[in-house]
Design a protein. Structure first.
Length: 164
């Protein structure tokens, strides 16, 4: 019985080694890597502690989207944005109250971006990483690197920060 088990085990290993061999590498076409290194959309939000608590009594972090109007200059790699703080919410269940609205500051905004397919984005000159709070009182600088290795430096300037 153990001899049969050993033979089945040996056949299984042989089968798996044949199955795992790389037959797919043969004659596959080589496709060019993506060459896009652009920023096409800029978004921003204010994050804050909600009045809603978790089971452990900790507040839930929530966000309020800010309106962003962008003027993109692809040639120079600059994006001028206007950030507009929305109206406060009213009512008993409101989180983004008038009091919370006063806490929205240009030096602590969370930005996130849409970049070219398969590209990466690296902050430059002390700019915060996308998804971290950024000081938008000064230019935000990033390098967007395409999958093919070509990179382009971008500067995001908040030219206007105002209430709705």
């Amino acid at each position: 019985m153990t001899k049969i088990f050993k033979n089945i085990k040996l056949l299984g290993v042989l089968f798996l080694s044949v199955l795992a061999s790389s037959c797919l590498k043969k004659d596959l076409p080589e496709y060019p890597l993506f060459d896009g290194n652009s920023i096409s959309v800029v978004n921003a939000e204010h994050r804050f502690k909600s009045r809603i608590k978790t089971m452990h009594g900790e507040p839930i972090i929530t966000m309020k989207g800010l309106t962003v109007n962008s003027k993109i200059d692809e040639a120079s790699g600059t994006i001028d944005v206007t950030v507009i703080i929305p109206e406060a919410e009213t009512g008993s269940g409101a989180d983004f109250t008038a009091e919370e609205k006063t806490l929205v500051k240009q030096n602590s905004i969370w930005f996130y971006y849409t970049i070219s397919t398969a590209a990466t984005m690296t902050p430059l000159d002390g700019t915060a990483k996308p998804g971290d709070p950024a000081d938008a009182t000064k230019p935000l600088k990033y390098r967007v690197t395409a999958a093919n290795g070509q990179s382009k430096d971008w500067t995001v300037n908040v030219v206007s920060f105002k209430n709705e």
